[in-house]
Design a protein around this ligand. Structure first.
Ligand code: OXD
Ligand code: MN
Length: 593
């Protein structure tokens, strides 16, 4: 009988004929393999060793300066039917796309080694996990995939058993932005990426497989592949509630997933457990609840801003066995970025520090590290069935209008709230930073199909027998008239999560408003927090006039997906618009006391 690996071997042969590498290496994921690759990369300058006393087994990689972020313009979803990719994706006809990118791949691995990386997204023995194989000519990609996925022999064994895997072909090419494409072929379960060595473009298990391809599969199979962290909140009684939260790139998912409770909470016995910081696969269980796994095994976190005050857990995680990309270094060779103490000596491009050259660490500089090194890592992250999700939280960077937190009335309203998400763009993708744009469910760059169909898929989970999570929206980024953030954020976000959990359990109070349920000042646990009344009033205010405009704009946004927009979502938008028109704010406030 033909081995299940025959298909894999045939594909590797086919790719080798096209790319013509000097050698082929099948990655087994062993420590010896990793040591040999590291030595090779130290030898050719791909990696630079950092201070072994302060940061044992830590390395710095400096990217080509034109290759430091995701490239949305060059990221394509290639479906037979253009409508299936939707207006949210850049599209190319599959045959044309293959022809274009194969021309770039032809002979591109001459003088290089072709690495075959079998990997598993999710716990190796979980039925929810999925396997893939990435072929790459980048040892840096191999080193990152080793930290971010379950890579090597166990994954290959699972592929042999199942016979099914996502094919990802990657080459750094010439690192020329003019010869760069990240292409997805969801109908073929394959990915082709050329010309970039940057995380989201090159580590194909992450955004390309676990979000774009997986979201396509999830649609037809009845589950969700989402750009969400997963965090467990343990109360003083020892009960843990799991929350999944979607925020756009570089908006604090890693910080929230590793939150350290404020002192009063810590003393009372609250604990926070990190299941995942970026991606969440949720599947309806036999009990009707959504059960979630983190398909990743490590973090590819944004370095700048990570500090003792913002995220001490992340800082502790990255003291050893970490790859740093595009950070600065101090005179004694420690990694450095804006937010850390000390002084940089060399910037992210290896130049002597000069303030005139702009940020010393690249604003999208990163650390790659195994999740198990995190002090708050949840052992439940290895559970084959995942963790049950009680609340889904959406959030973005909104300097105005959007309150600190509100709860959607029901699932349909919650889907509208997620659909309507807006955030400022960040350095995680090339292009302008700080521009407000709609980023439904934080999936704008990652949804592998038509957003209208995706909204319909979300709505379809609400069926008889389902016990779905409650849906909330948060905004840590509201600013006052002086341009300063009104809410302290970070550890104090637990105060908001406590209210959210209380709402899930039916114990926390809220005021009903046209946009959903909003806590009053007395409904939040604010002991030990230095915040003035005026800031709180602003944070919890629902500005009827401002929301009327916002909801009208949401209506126009929904229309931009034409007849793919589910009628039920449009009807929900109408319902909220009418509730706002009817809103008698003084009477509402008086009733709330
Ligand atoms: C990431 C991103 O790298 O969202 O996680 O860009
Ligand atoms: Mn992300």
């Amino acid at each position: 009988m033909a081995s299940q690996l025959d298909a894999l071997n045939r594909w590797v042969d086919e790719v080798a004929r096209l790319t013509q590498p000097d050698a082929i290496h099948w990655c087994d994921g062993s420590d010896e393999e990793s040591r040999a690759l590291t030595a090779q990369m130290l030898g050719d300058g791909t990696l630079v060793a950092l201070n072994p006393q302060t940061h044992p087994n830590c390395y710095l990689h400096r990217s080509n300066p034109s290759d430091v972020a995701r490239v949305e313009q060059l990221t394509l979803v290639c479906t037979r039917n253009k409508d299936d990719a939707g207006p949210n994706n850049h599209w190319m006809e599959p045959a044309e796309a293959h022809k274009k990118i194969d021309a770039l791949f032809a002979g591109c691995m001459k003088g290089r080694t072709l690495y075959v990386i079998p990997y598993c997204m999710g716990p190796i023995d979980s039925p929810i996990s999925r396997c893939g194989v990435e072929i790459t000519d980048s040892p840096y990609v191999v080193a990152n995939m080793r930290l971010l996925t379950r890579m090597g022999a166990p994954a290959l064994a699972r592929i042999e058993r199942e016979g099914k895997f996502v094919k990802g072909l990657h080459s750094v090419g010439e690192l020329d932005p003019e010869r760069r494409f990240i292409m997805h072929f969801p109908e073929e379960l394959s990915i082709k990426s050329y010309g970039s060595d940057y995380g989201g473009n090159a580590l194909l298990g992450k955004k390309c497989h676990a979000l774009r391809i997986a979201s396509w599969q999830a649609k037809s199979e009845g589950w969700l592949a989402e750009h969400m962290l997963i965090v467990g909140i343990e109360n003083p009684a020892g009960e843990t509630t799991y929350v999944a939260a979607a925020f756009p790139s570089a908006c604090g998912k890693t910080n929230l997933s590793m939150l350290i409770p404020p002192e009063g909470y810590r003393k009372a016995g609250w604990k926070v457990w990190t299941v995942g910081d970026d991606i969440c696969w949720m599947t309806p269980g036999a009990d009707g609840r959504l059960w979630a796994i983190n398909p990743e095994a490590g973090y590819f976190g944004v370095a700048p801003g990570t500090s003792k005050t913002t995220n001490p857990n992340a800082l502790a995680t990255i003291q050893h066995d970490t790859i740093f990309t595009n950070v600065a270094v101090t005179a004694d060779n420690q990694p450095w970025w804006e937010g850390l103490p000390g002084t940089p000596a060399t910037d992210w491009q290896g130049r002597p520090y000069d303030r005139a050259n702009g940020p010393v660490a690249h604003p999208n500089s990163r650390f790659t590290v195994s999740a198990k090194q995190c002090p708050s890592w949840s052992p439940q992250a290895e559970d084959a069935q995942g963790v049950p999700i009680s609340a889904i939280v959406f959030g973005g960077r909104r300097p105005s209008l959007v309150p600190l937190v509100f709860q959607a009335r029901d699932w349909t309203h919650g889907v509208l709230v997620g659909t309507a998400m807006v955030s400022e763009t960040t350095a995680a993708a090339t292009g302008a930073v700080g521009v407000l744009r709609r980023d439904s469910m934080a999936m704008k760059p990652f949804c592998g199909y038509n957003y209208g169909d995706y909204f319909a898929h979300w709505l379809s989970l609400d069926k008889p027998g389902a016990t779905l999570p409650k849906i909330f929206h948060v905004n840590w980024f509201r600013k006052g008239a002086d341009g300063k953030f009104l809410w302290p954020g970070f550890g104090d976000n637990l105060r908001v999560l406590e209210w959210i959990i209380g709402r899930c359990e039916g114990t926390a109070h809220a005021e009903e408003t046209p946009i959903g349920f909003v806590p009053g000042k007395r409904d939040l646990h604010l002991e030990g927090l230095d915040i003035d009344d005026h800031s709180l009033d602003t944070l919890l205010d629902v500005d009827t006039e401002g929301w009327i405009d916002e909801v009208a704009d949401i209506g126009r946004y929904l229309d931009s997906f034409g007849n793919h927009t589910p009628a039920a979502l449009k009807a929900e938008q109408q319902r909220v618009a009418e509730a706002l028109e009817r809103d008698d704010k003084p009477a509402r406030k008086a009733a709330a006391g």
